[in-house]
Design a protein around this ligand. Sequence first.
Ligand code: MN
Length: 199
Amino acid sequence: MHTLPKLPYDYNALEPHIDELTMTIHHTKHHQAYIDKLNGAVKGTKYETMDVDEILKNINEVPENIRTVVRNHGGGHSNHSFFWQVMAPNAGGEPNGNVGDAIKHTFGGFDKFKEEFTNAGLNRFGSGWAWLVVDGKKLAVMSTPNQDSPLMEGKIPILGVDVWEHGYYLLYQNRRADYLKAWWNVVNWDKVNVLFEKK
Ligand code: MN
């Protein structure tokens, strides 16, 4: 059975950038609902015990009658488990370590990367995610609709931001740009660097 991972910090830890109520509902209601629906769909199959990221990497092997549910809710489970990890209190700033060098090299500077990543989030129509991924040997910015994961396309996410309205509406209402601007203050670059080096 798939279960809700504990948040690695308190619900109010990302304030003032992300508020306590948003974090509480996002984790205990939205993320939990993805898990419940995933569990309901995979009950009695081998996907009940398979790591969710492994399921997504092989999404086309999932039986057709449950594939869409697994794509949406397994994607939701994986994406949110990942999202909590790449944020932290007292974080943000500029990345250092190997990922910092790779970002500068790939995008022509940290500010240019920030702009490209932010635009990926702003230009995602409706609900979805913006990502920094390792694609083969290189870094790339991309976005996905709904709860699709870069893992479904063979790409490895090392940073991602949820641009579903449920992630920011209470504090920012319709102002996705303000949310994305503030979000940089909670990016856990140490974790991003670990994910990058593991690749
Ligand atoms: Mn979300």
